[in-house]
Design a protein around this ligand. Structure first.
Ligand SMILES: Cc1cc2nc3c(=O)[nH]c(=O)nc-3n(C[C@H](O)[C@H](O)[C@H](O)COP(=O)(O)OP(=O)(O)OC[C@H]3O[C@@H](n4cnc5c(N)ncnc54)[C@H](O)[C@@H]3O)c2cc1C
Length: 365
């Protein structure tokens, strides 16, 4: 008789993901649990009450077995060709917000906040799940359900630690009763969302309420305590309450405070604070989003915008027509899309090497 199939419950997530330092902190397992038995404890999902063996947490996790091909077929109607190194897309632009209030607070060209502002104004979305800042811990991102232009401005800009945005989605659906939600996330978070939307174990009560998926480019994110407390405050002596912006640009990690660079060091100096799970992520440009946005490829103050789906194309074009955004073909700017392609290939190859090493040394039972 064959051995009984092992149930893929929270215990399996612990063994295959969390204890192997593969957890991305996206919050998908928490959001997927129908009985709220999982919570985040020190950036780690933890079982806090009785598991009902439903397996939703396991199958929503971006780090458990995932068929990107199956997701691509469902989202784009086909799988990528080998030469599509940044995933499937329709168009790519360099773009910038036309709204002064947005440009003042945005990380790069303010495209994410502009698209969300347009979506809320035109009721393409009735809420936006973004990442605001914790009241208690400066610069710690926390998921936020933004309902107004003012709330979008408050959550603009980049925090380089993880935000459990799928918990934000759960809140938008279950607490705010929203039906058309725009969501912003890093590549791992977008993979989790697409698993909820397309897998046989889908969490459709959440995923079906999403009307727009905006993905960010991301090489890695950092452990909050390590980067902010240990490095920035203790090692560098910078008062975190005075920091106005963090940025990673041209291989430098930069922290702005009081109108100047309080820290400007080679990125390698802070790489040791990156989440270990990021070393196994193969996606740089959020390849499964409707629209992906990043700085790489465009001049300072502009964003590289990759339009991937018809839904993304329509909202981008409508936001341009409504005077929210200006844009140029990416071919007209420097350094251009080739840099994003190059970094995507580097990230994918390096992650595949780490994954191969891991599966050789710690095979999953
Ligand atoms: C962890 C991280 C790493 C990144 N690494 C790169 C990189 O290597 N190369 C690159 O080109 N771009 C990277 N980006 C993206 C870049 O920082 C900008 O977010 C992007 O260019 C959009 O700029 P914008 O001006 O259009 O966004 P804005 O209009 O300023 O909007 C930014 C949006 O991102 C949300 N957000 C902020 N912090 C987080 C977070 N931690 N998790 C999820 N959402 C968040 C905000 O709530 C807001 O909705 C990274 C972003 C993050 C969060």
């Amino acid at each position: 008789m064959p051995p009984p199939l092992k149930l893929k419950i929270f215990k399996a997530l612990l063994e295959e993901v969390i204890h192997r330092n593969l957890c991305e902190g996206c919050g998908a397992c928490i959001a997927a649990c129908p009985v709220s038995a999982i919570d985040m404890w020190h950036e780690t999902p933890t079982l806090v009450s009785k598991c009902i063996l439903c397996e939703f947490c396991y199958y929503s996790c971006p780090k458990t077995e995932t068929s990107i091909e199956d997701i691509e077929k469902k989202i784009f109607g086909r799988t990528r060709k080998p030469e599509e190194a940044i995933g499937i897309y329709l168009n790519c632009y360099s773009a910038r917000s036309k709204k002064e209030e947005i440009l003042k607070v945005a990380q790069d060209g303010g495209i994410v906040t502009s698209l969300l502002a347009y979506a809320l104004q035109e009721r393409v979305a009735d809420a936006a799940v973004t990442s605001g800042v914790s009241v208690k811990e400066p610069w710690k991102p926390v998921p936020k359900v933004a309902l107004s232009f003012k709330e979008l401005l408050e959550s603009a800009g980049t925090r380089y630690s993880v935000s459990s945005i799928l918990v934000g989605l759960m809140s938008a659906v279950e607490e705010y009763a929203k039906n058309k939600i725009a969501i912003v996330g890093t590549p791992c978070q977008i993979i989790a969302l697409r698993k909820m939307e397309t897998s046989p174990h889908g969490v459709l009560k959440l995923a079906e309420k999403v009307s727009l998926v905006l993905g960010l480019f991301c090489m890695e994110s950092f452990y909050y305590d390590e980067l902010i407390s240990k490095y920035i405050q203790k090692k560098k002596g910078v008062d975190i309450n005075k920091v106005s912006k963090f940025l990673i640009s041209k291989g430098k990690f930069i922290v702005r405070a009081g109108g100047q660079d309080a820290i400007n060091v080679p990125l390698d100096e802070v790489k040791m604070y990156a989440r270990l799970s990021c070393h196994t992520c193969t996606d740089f440009t959020s390849e499964l989003a409707d629209i992906s946005v990043g700085s790489v490829g465009s001049p300072e103050g502009w964003s590289t915008v990759i339009i991937r789906t018809e839904r993304g194309k329509k909202i981008f074009e409508d936001a341009v027509k409504a005077g929210f955004i200006e844009y140029k073909p990416i071919e007209q700017v420097k350094p251009g899309l080739n840099l994003a392609v190059k970094l995507s290939k580097i990230k994918r190859q390096s992650a595949q090497e780490v994954l191969t090493e891991m599966s050789a040394s710690m095979p999953i039972q």
